[in-house]
Write a protein that binds this ligand. Sequence first.
Ligand code: C2O
Ligand code: CU
Ligand code: CU
Length: 496
Amino acid sequence: MKSLMKWLILAVISSLIAGCSMSSTGEESTDKHSENGMNHDMSGMDGMDGHMDHDNPLPLKDSNGFNELAVSPLLEKNTAGDVDYTLTAQKGNQLLLEGQTTETYGYNGDFLGPVLKLRQGETVRIKTVNALDEDTTFHWHGLDVPGDVDGGPHNPLKPGEERIIEFNVTQEAATLWFHPHPHGKTSEQVYKGLAGLLYIEDEHSDSLNLPSDYGINDFPVLLQDRAFTKTGELNYEAAYNSDGTLGDRLLVNGTLDPKLSVPQGKVRLRLVNGSNARNYTVALSSGDSFQQIATDGGLLNEPVAMDTLKLTPAERAEIIIDFDGLQDVENLSLVDDQGTILLPFAVNDGQTSSEIPAKLNSFEVTGEERNLPVTKRLELFGMMDMVTINGKKFDMNRIDMTQKVGETEVWELTNKPDPMGGMIHPFHIHGTQFKVISVNGKEPDDNLKGWKDTVALEPGDRVKIAISFKNKGVYMYHCHILEHEDNGMMGQIEVN
Ligand code: C2O
Ligand code: CU
Ligand code: CU
């Protein structure tokens, strides 16, 4: 009944404002929806639930743990030639479902991308190549870089084109990622498999002796939900939801039904929510706590003990799980808040030993930053294709705000609820990392006291951030529900 009311209210609003975006999913894809067991049937009211009910998104299936988690290759640095790395966006095929091949996109391979490991202080030259038959861009999410190499919608590569970009790595150790950002097509290209992780290391992080043996006690954990058609394809159009495309199957690093074999001792997981729209609240099935050691853009000052951790799209968290003493726990796994098994663990006889230092970083919101007046206000509003920032939709030819390079300003972000309650918007800013000063006038949670490039706003939330840009250029800021971004919940700031 509640959802019927919601639908009626929404139907009125949507016919008044913009017309229903769902027409773009097309009647012809309706049958695909039901094949997936996803009831998005356009002819009935029930079908609207998938679009409307933000509290009960499409449930995920448990991982049965049949497949060992894929650990993406590290991208090798060229020792000869004029570029350090080459990244090619290309089409591919992947065996994901038993006996079926899935058409995918990938970087330097069939599906997803390699891990690009960079060091603070180095200058890198990367050749980016578009081997797709549509435009794409290479966006470095979380990286402090000049606007002209940030890979936003202004820098498309046409099919067959390549571009060499060069930048200095100035920021501290962090887990970042890269993905495409072509105008209006980000969500579909990410959905098909364009995403990779970007690690930054520095001397300080080396000195901490954190678990850092890649694939042994330090694992990437890229979380993405997908819907498969009966024939095993990733059909974006068929799965499309203007409020954020969801799937009922979880892929971790591109592995369906993954499990992770781990040694006894402290293991570092670099959690990345690379989903178009799904939020994950993760926990250990045993109820044991774990330590969060890093946010989106760097290490926390000290490990924060957590029982559950929520990650909205694009957010990252590095966590340490101590598997010592967990080897006898039955069905130990990473679960979500519905109890769904995301990633089962198999604790083996291997041993890994590292101690996590009590002091990890020296991040600080200064008194000066705290006392700065608010100079920019951004109001996030809406749902489906009726999403706006300060009442406006994205316009590539409009610069919404300007800021001086190197100057810290305080922005106030608000998520204005709508008559139906509203929804979480994960707000992201390109080209820099920022500090959360307060959430609804209060000190942020301990695990928000670190560098962030994406911050989740619940309906009604008011978040103050201190932000400065080290480089010049035009940068996007947007909701990282990728369908909201593509539907225009994005603006641009020029830093000069
Ligand atoms: Cu992940 Cu516009 O960014
Ligand atoms: Cu970004
Ligand atoms: Cu949004």
